[in-house]
Design a protein around this ligand. Structure first.
Ligand code: DAT
Ligand code: MG
Length: 141
């Protein structure tokens, strides 16, 4: 079934000029780009986006990092693209993420307070719907 997912190229990826590389991998996989926006997210938006992590030790530094500069927010579409993009991204810790994945090929641990790992991808259909409404309200019915 065709579905949509939210991808973010985080400030570390944007600063390193990796937006094109991430989009290239999404398109090479065969997913469609539905919407794309460059913006520096404010803390209100990030608090909504990362509500599940509120209260965790890395939460404050995560919001600090994510609001530190421009990100590319991308709505993608394709059959099983939620699961598929998570696979393209690789696991959360870029040191352990497998080579071949975005995080495994392009990310590393910089020793910061929150893990910097190039990309975000929605982790379930429920998360995708919730997150797309936060970043692309105009796409919602
Ligand atoms: P993912 O981005 O793989 O879905 P997540 O939702 O568990 O991972 O966490 C959101 C982001 O928060 C993650 O991309 C990097 C950061 N993070 C997660 N766990 C962390 C930890 N234990 N220490 C530092 N940063 C962490
Ligand atoms: Mg997550």
């Amino acid at each position: 079934m065709t579905e949509r997912s939210l991808v973010l190229v985080k400030p570390d990826g944007f600063e390193r000029g990796l937006v094109g590389e991430v989009l290239r991998r999404i398109e090479a996989k065969g997913y469609t780009l539905v919407a794309l926006q460059i913006l520096t997210p404010d803390r209100d938006r990030l608090a909504k986006h990362y509500a599940e992590h509120e209260g965790k030790p890395f939460y404050d530094s995560l919001l600090e990092f994510m609001s530190s500069g421009p990100v590319a927010a991308v709505a993608i579409e394709g059959v099983r693209c939620i699961e598929g993009f998570r696979s393209l991204a690789g696991s959360t810790d870029p040191t352990k993420a497998p080579p071949g994945s975005i995080r495994g090929d392009l990310g590393r641990d910089w020793g910061q307070g929150s893990t910097q790992n190039i990309v975000h991808g929605s982790d379930s259909p429920e998360s995708a719907a919730r997150e797309l409404a936060i970043w692309f309200p105009e796409l919602s019915d």
